[in-house]
Design a protein around this ligand. Structure first.
Ligand SMILES: Cc1cc2nc3c(=O)[nH]c(=O)nc-3n(C[C@H](O)[C@H](O)[C@H](O)COP(=O)(O)OP(=O)(O)OC[C@H]3O[C@@H](n4cnc5c(N)ncnc54)[C@H](O)[C@@H]3O)c2cc1C
Ligand code: SF4
Ligand code: SF4
Ligand code: SF4
Length: 404
């Protein structure tokens, strides 16, 4: 068997790593390609053609998806500190708090420098390791195998990740009792190449003799959740520390990523970008909150969309309500502002050129060539009116529609 046989069209491989973990011969390793994305490579000399890797691949054998009734909830965690430390409204922490009462393990994505890895904790005190969205694909390592072992030992497990990782996990656990497993997926628009932040890091080293220690992709700069501020923690050779902050409207990273120039190929044909979900609970930002339920927008410190796809997910959310401020939503309302739950992102026809440039150009030239500058109108709307302009606009449109 060759790695080409694993998934007929390599562009469909999500990098979930289920194949690498199931192989008893350790014949599969995940290797980064020229675009910075990791793909399985089979060592032919160790392979005994058992086909386990092919059978576990969710692209070939998709695990059960939940398409039935959804229970949607909008809101945020009442604990202000946790809300501030979280990307959206801190729903992940509220659910973890309730599901993980005794004898539990929590899996999530954490950063080590510029890279992201899946890990686990057995004490909720350390939950902040997993808080915050990291816009890079996490390396799963042995976490599916570890989940299986913990479940077999009778522990309660909470596993969080992207939908393709949850599909990899569920496929891996096909013959395991999952009564004690709760899965949480982030509503996912794609995973960008790590080459961009590495270029950014080289730029800091060359220009400032400093390196990036860590990135907070979604820093809530004094209650500016929907400005998606990126914060870089920099340390110079003299061990001086400082931070750089970029609002979404001035940040080349968001500009390039949102033009769909640097996502993993599988993200442009994502099998999970619809309402048929793979996890018990899907979590996202409550985008559009200022328009359709402004009472949850509050002071712009972050709001979560929680979609329960299974009865288990709904029960855990209902048990968590004491920790949350918010209310039930019409799923259709939430869906209108959630592109990744409706369709995949479209590939930018210039992606190939961008990928060549991210390898060959230096950071300054890369940004000059590909990042769009925000229009004066947009900046004026955001910084002067905030979201009030949109509220007024939406109100007017609704009024007009009612008159037609
Ligand atoms: C790459 C990516 C793209 C996203 N795109 C969208 C989007 O288009 N629309 C939208 O509404 N929401 C999106 N989200 C989800 C959103 O940003 C929040 O993660 C989600 O609302 C949970 O926020 P919280 O405040 O409840 O939890 P937090 O406490 O911030 O928890 C973050 C959770 O995300 C997990 N996580 C963080 N980074 C990664 C990663 N790299 N890989 C796997 N799991 C990770 C952690 O394990 C944890 O469970 C995206 C998240 C990621 C990681
Ligand atoms: S066919 Fe079996 S031995 Fe070969 S790579 Fe796949 S799982 Fe490993
Ligand atoms: S199991 Fe996951 S990593 Fe392996 S080939 Fe399939 S999608 Fe790719
Ligand atoms: S967009 Fe789809 S394929 Fe890409 S990381 Fe997200 S869930 Fe996986």
């Amino acid at each position: 068997m060759t790695s080409k046989d694993l998934v007929e069209n390599q562009s469909k491989c999500t990098g979930c790593e289920a194949c690498a973990q199931i192989c008893g011969k350790h014949a599969i390793t995940m290797v980064e390609n020229s675009e910075g994305f990791r793909y399985p490579i089979i060592d032919e000399s160790s392979c005994m053609n058992c086909n386990l890797c092919r059978n576990v691949c969710p692209i070939e054998n998709m695990p059960e998806r939940y398409d039935g009734d959804k229970f949607a909830f909008g809101g945020y965690i009442k604990d202000e500190k946790v809300r501030e430390e979280s990307t959206s409204g801190g729903a992940f922490s509220a659910i973890a708090e309730i599901w993980c009462d005794t004898n539990y393990v929590i899996f999530g994505a954490e950063t080590k420098g510029l890279d992201v890895f899946h890990g686990y904790i057995q004490d909720k005190v350390a939950l902040n390791r997993f808080r915050k969205s990291k816009y890079a694909q996490s390396q799963i390592g042995d976490s599916y195998k570890q989940t299986k072992k913990f479940l077999e030992e009778g522990k309660k497990v909470l596993f969080s990740g992207t939908p393709c990782q949850i599909a990899g996990l569920k496929s891996f656990l096909k013959n395991t009792d999952t009564e004690n497993l709760l899965t949480i997926e982030v509503i996912c628009e794609g995973i960008p190449t790590p080459l961009y932040v590495r270029k950014l890091s080289q730029y800091f080293e060359k220009k400032h003799g400093a390196h990036i220690e860590s990135i907070d992709y979604r820093y809530k700069d004094s209650g500016r959740w929907d400005f998606e501020v990126m914060l870089l923690n920099i340390t110079s050779k003299l061990h001086l520390r400082r931070t750089y902050k970029y609002d979404r409207w001035f940040n080349p990273f968001w500009s390039i990523w949102l033009q769909h120039l640097m996502s993993r190929p599988s993200c442009y044909e994502c099998r999970f970008a619809n309402t048929s979900r793979v996890a018990d609970i899907s979590l996202g930002d409550l985008w559009g909150v200022h328009i359709y339920c402004p009472e949850l927008y509050g002071n712009n410190k972050g709001a979560s969309l929680i979609v329960c796809n299974t009865a288990k997910g709904k029960q855990v959310l209902l048990n968590s309500l004491g920790l949350l401020y918010g209310h039930e939503l019409r799923f259709e309302d939430a869906l209108r502002f959630q592109g990744p739950m409706r369709k995949s992102i479209a590939m930018n026809p210039q992606r190939g050129q961008f990928m060549q440039d991210v390898i060959s150009l230096d950071y300054e030239n890369l940004v000059k060539r590909w990042a769009k500058r925000s229009s004066f109108k947009l900046l004026f709307n955001k910084y002067v009116f905030g979201n009030n302009a949109q509220k007024v606009l939406w109100f007017n449109i609704k009024k007009k529609l009612r008159l037609i």
